[in-house]
Design a protein around this ligand. Structure first.
Ligand code: AQP
Length: 354
């Protein structure tokens, strides 16, 4: 069976200041993958209008995500960094995928249920179609690997379902077009135009939890700023937030199994591990038996060591918006060339005249 060329794609929404969750769940992985893969990293501004249509300053918000990428170590000259709305094929392919995806699939999406809340009728149609646009983002580049936080797992499964259904439904025409590769789904041989993307979710902190409640995801939109560490927080704030982070009265366990049922302890140990590129077991080998009064200052130190230089670099980059705009323009031109090729293939396979 032939294989699609490996390519990494992922995106971040410009919906507010990035959190440590976004950094550890996504951006840190984006940086690491640059050495082994060709990578495309996108600021998904079309996604940003699904929950709230009107944003105070979407342009600067988009620039700040680009600045965070670059300040964290993403090289936009070796890889591609761009904003989604600058490449119109994202919306075009999403429409096709709206016709591939089934309503039953979308109804099962837990993020939609969470974000739409009780008043579902009042949620935008875009919020419901969000995973179909996300599938388009990935498959427009025929990406094989997607680094994301654990919260995006279900959306990636949907992207796999969409790719598979498209490939099966159009298998014969894909074969005739010569644009596909051989694939086998179960015992079914098909011609595949789209790869079945692999999520990259591993690591010690695939889902960073709120500092105030270890059962809730750390999120940009949590009303309490104390629940999260923002990538733009200064040292004083990081000290304060970790000092106030919820814990339990027990000392840290010596084994990972001892974190079971201790959501807040588990979260802080996971954060420490991810920040220092260690496993939770390594962290507990050093801190097992120690009280939080000793662990928290150490955690604060590693958080500041990681975030302070990124923060300083982000500020420098944000002082020159024209430079960021030029990087995004260059990225969108390079992304656009790939996107156009894929979309032309999709049009030919479906039978759209062009
Ligand atoms: N708490 C988290 N732990 C691990 N990974 C996380 N990600 C987000 N929160 C965590 C990952 O960050 C990437 C970009 O996320 P996004 O901004 O596109 O969307 P999101 O998941 O909706 O982020 P937030 O912070 O939770 O925003 P709001 O509050 O607006 O809902 C993704 O890979 C995501 O998995």
């Amino acid at each position: 069976m032939s294989k699609f060329e490996e390519l990494v794609f992922s995106g971040v929404q410009p919906t507010g200041a990035l959190t440590l969750g976004n950094y550890l769940g996504a951006i840190q992985k984006f940086v690491a993958l640059q050495d082994s893969h060709n990578c495309i990293y996108c600021i998904v501004d079309l996604h940003a209008i699904t929950a709230n249509l009107v944003h105070e300053d979407l342009r600067n918000q988009t620039r700040s995500i680009a600045a965070a990428f670059i300040a964290s170590g993403i090289d936009p000259t070796k890889h591609i960094v761009f904003n989604q709305s600058a490449v119109p094929q994202h919306a075009e392919l999403a429409w096709v995928f709206n016709c591939v995806a089934r309503i039953g699939w979308m109804n099962r999406m837990t993020q939609f249920k969470d974000k739409a809340g009780k008043n579902r009728d009042n949620a935008s149609l875009g919020l419901m179609a969000y995973p179909s646009l996300m599938a388009a983002d990935i498959l427009l580049y025929r990406a094989t690997h997607v680094p994301v936080g654990d919260d995006q797992k279900q959306h990636l499964e949907l992207a796999r379902d969409i790719a598979q259904k498209f490939n099966i439904d159009f298998s014969e025409r894909i074969g005739e077009s010569g644009l596909g590769l051989d694939a086998v789904y179960g015992d079914k041989a098909v011609n595949a135009f789209f790869p079945i993307t692999e999520p990259l979710i591993d690591g010690p902190a695939p889902r960073v939890m709120s500092l105030r409640d270890g059962t809730k995801k750390m999120s940009k939109s949590d009303p309490s700023d104390l629940s999260r560490i923002n990538m733009t927080d200064d040292e004083e704030l990081i000290v304060k937030k970790i000092r106030k982070a919820k814990t339990d009265p027990e000392p840290l366990p010596s084994e990972v199994a001892g974190l079971e049922g201790r959501a807040e302890a588990d979260n802080l140990v996971g954060i420490f591990a991810a920040l220092t590129n260690k496993s939770k077991a390594d962290v507990l080998a050093d801190y097992g038996g120690k009280a939080f009064s000793e662990f928290k200052p150490a955690l604060t130190e590693v958080a500041i060591d990681t975030l302070a230089p990124i923060n300083a670099e982000m500020r420098k980059l944000m002082d020159d918006p024209d430079h960021i705009d030029a990087i995004l323009k260059d990225g969108s031109e390079r992304a656009g060339a790939i996107a156009e090729k894929t979309m032309n293939g999709v049009k030919d396979i479906i039978g759209f005249l062009r």
